[in-house]
Design a protein around this ligand. Structure first.
Ligand code: SAH
Ligand code: SF4
Ligand code: F3S
Length: 445
């Protein structure tokens, strides 16, 4: 049996693709190994969102080759998958001779064929084609990132073309999966014992299937809120969804959350900047005022919905005043957490043509100032949970303390508490006692 080692970079779309790649490979007679040194094939599922992510790929390729040479082994077969693969295609072969084949973002269903072809003697070939008509979106239990949580793709690709972003180029145009298929998928997962599903997509709330099938009887103004209700009606215990695009975040989404307890109280709504001038240059399709209107509606929900976001610092032309506006917005919104990124110019995007005029030192300084502010408010948000009881899905034994269990709340906060393995997979009530950097600590009640 040939052994395959699979490593994943980037977002949950890539994690989800990797789960399906591993499922396909196992079904086709390959063994998935966590041990790189034992592998006949190394697959790297790559991300291209920032320059650093791409450098990582070449560093990893070098390490794989060196580790094999140090062991006196032949270099394993090396396949590059994912966003860098899609964007660079055959040009990757010119950058390093170590790569045997390249599979684009929608070609991953043909991974077994590619490996067989490479073992058969073909080398340096690329498949950047579309998904096969009968593409199987399901994942075998053994290949899931968690035994209790399942990613369910509902839309892939992106039509938004924010000026800084490579994703529309690496993932292609938006394509929504049929609602009936999604609902069937969730029903199956529920029967198999999955407790929580994450509906995933670059912009889940831009969900727009070709037909209304499966959504006809749901109230709501947009297909996404109808889909949320249809998925909630499956009775699965928890439904989370990421990422939401602010412009398309309509009030019916909050109405659906208010009416269905199993729709979790967490919204990830990337704002990117607190300056409407910069948002316009980013072509985000929302202003600060639009964004705050959405925040008001979210905060007005009786469900106490947690908010998280993404922010880019140092976009071309970002002045100290623009950045100050981002600090003000972060102060106002009181995010539960935020991913902050330093702007990274991506060739082929419109922003690449703009002068990258915020110095590296200034980007770092802004990153740290914003990070401090967000952490300060995060601690306030976290402390407000002390002495409150929350429901936590017991997901795994804590890496640091073997007598502790770690899991997430409905609002996606990490909670650790004392407990034994028999609790795993259960949703338990935990009283919060203490708040640390990114984690809450509590006691089962
Ligand atoms: N579809 C999601 C985000 C996908 S990419 C959305 O619209 O929000 C994830 C995050 O990476 C983005 O939210 C953005 O903050 C960041 N990002 C994307 N391109 C970037 C770039 N060129 N430089 C720095 N950060 C970037
Ligand atoms: Fe990128 Fe914008 Fe699409 Fe998000 S919405 S993936 S940031 S282009
Ligand atoms: Fe990266 Fe591709 Fe996701 S560029 S963030 S892995 S869609």
């Amino acid at each position: 049996m040939k052994k395959v080692y699979l490593e994943t970079f980037g977002c949950q779309m890539n994690v989800s693709d990797s789960e399906r790649v591993a499922t396909r490979l196992a079904a086709d007679g390959f063994e998935i190994t966590p041990d790189e040194a034992a592998a006949d094939v190394v697959l790297l599922n790559t991300c291209s969102v920032r320059e650093k992510a791409e450098h990582k790929l070449f560093t990893r390729i070098g390490q794989v080759g060196k580790a094999a040479a140090d062991r006196g082994d032949k270099k394993p077969l090396l396949g590059v998958l994912g966003c860098v693969a899609q964007l660079e295609g055959e040009t990757l072969f010119g950058k390093t001779p170590a790569i045997d084949f390249v599979l684009g973002t929608r070609a991953v269903g043909r991974v077994s064929e590619a490996i067989d072809k490479a073992f058969g003697g073909a080398n340096q070939f690329a498949d950047l084609g579309e998904r096969e008509a009968a593409y199987d979106w399901s994942v075998a239990d053994a290949q899931r990132h968690s035994p209790y949580i399942a990613f369910v793709p509902i839309i892939e690709g992106c039509n938004k073309f924010c000026t800084y972003c490579i994703v529309p180029f690496s993932r292609g145009r938006e394509k929504s999966l049929p609602a009936t298929e999604i609902v069937q998928h969730v029903l199956r997962l529920r029967r198999e014992g999955i407790r929580e599903v994450h509906l995933i997509g670059q912009n889940v709330n831009s969900y727009r299937p070709k037909t209304d099938d499966g959504l006809e009887n749901q109230p709501g103004a947009t297909p996404f809120s109808k889909l949320l209700r249809a998925v909630a009606a499956t009775g699965i215990e928890r439904v989370k969804f990421t990422t939401s695009f602010p412009r398309d975040f309509h009030p019916d989404i909050i109405e659906a959350i208010n009416e269905h307890e199993n729709l979790c109280n967490w919204v990830h709504l990337p704002v990117q900047s607190g300056s409407s001038r910069i948002l316009k240059l980013m072509r985000r399709g929302h202003t600060v005022e639009n964004y705050l209107e959405r925040i008001e509606r979210i905060k007005a929900s009786p469900r106490r919905i947690a908010l998280t976001t993404d922010i880019i610092v140092g976009f071309p032309g970002e002045t100290e005043a623009d950045f100050q506006a981002t600090l003000d917005l972060a102060e106002y919104c009181q995010f539960n957490s935020a991913y902050i990124f330093k702007y990274s110019p991506r060739p082929g995007t419109p922003a690449f043509e703009m002068p990258d005029d915020v110095s590296a030192a200034e980007k770092t300084e802004r990153f740290l100032r914003l990070d401090n502010l967000i952490r300060f408010h995060q601690q306030k948000v976290f402390r407000a949970y002390i002495n409150q009881t929350v429901e936590v899905l017991a997901e795994k034994i804590s890496e640091k303390h073997s007598n502790q269990i770690s899991g997430h709340t409905s609002c996606q906060m990490v909670v650790n508490f004392e407990g034994a393995a028999d609790l795993l997979g259960k949703i338990v009530k935990v009283r919060i006692l203490e708040s640390k950097a990114n984690t809450l600590y509590g006691k089962i009640c």
